[in-house]
Design a protein around this ligand. Structure first.
Ligand code: UDP
Ligand code: MG
Length: 139
């Protein structure tokens, strides 16, 4: 995946609270184009596989439990310098530290239930996008 695409998830907390529409509006208002989108409920196994890089971290079990607890919205987004621009739009992992006006500052509950995922590199964006979408479903 080139550096102009990133991968995102609207997490169970935000979908359950009815924030998906407002979060999608923030994303498109910030100049991102949605190039793939689907609602899905992750199995525990799929959540474990998606977050495999964090398997040694203390928060891993809770994260897997949370991410498989309810439906999420997965998507691929396009904009120049998408990975960095999207991380700026969502703010810090812990919403208590997130800049004012960021998606996490406005919609997250806590450091785990932080409303959205955003890839941290173009390489991971490609890996994460292909976890959910075949190439022919990314427009
Ligand atoms: N997380 C958590 N506790 C922590 C740190 C992270 O529950 O102390 C969760 C949180 O949902 C976060 C995800 O694990 O979004 C992945 O962590 P990472 O450090 O990659 O943060 P992100 O890249 O999402 O900002
Ligand atoms: Mg991360």
């Amino acid at each position: 995946m080139d550096s102009d695409s990133t991968f995102s998830i609207i997490k169970p907390d935000a979908v359950s609270k009815g924030y998906a529409g407002r979060i999608l509006a923030r994303i498109t208002d910030a100049g991102f184009t949605i190039t793939a989108l689907r609602m899905v409920r992750l199995t525990r196994q799929q959540a474990e596989d998606f977050y495999y890089v964090h398997r040694e971290r203390g928060f891993y079990r809770g994260l897997v439990e949370f991410m498989s607890s309810a439906p999420v919205i997965v998507m691929v987004l396009r904009k120049a310098n998408a990975v960095e621009e999207f991380r700026r739009l969502i703010g810090s992992t812990d919403p208590a530290c997130a800049d004012q006006g960021t998606i996490r500052a406005d919609f997250a509950t806590d450091v785990q239930k932080n409303a959205v995922h955003g890839s941290d590199s173009p390489e991971n964006a490609g890996r994460e996008a292909s976890f959910f979408f075949p190439a022919i479903e990314i427009f």
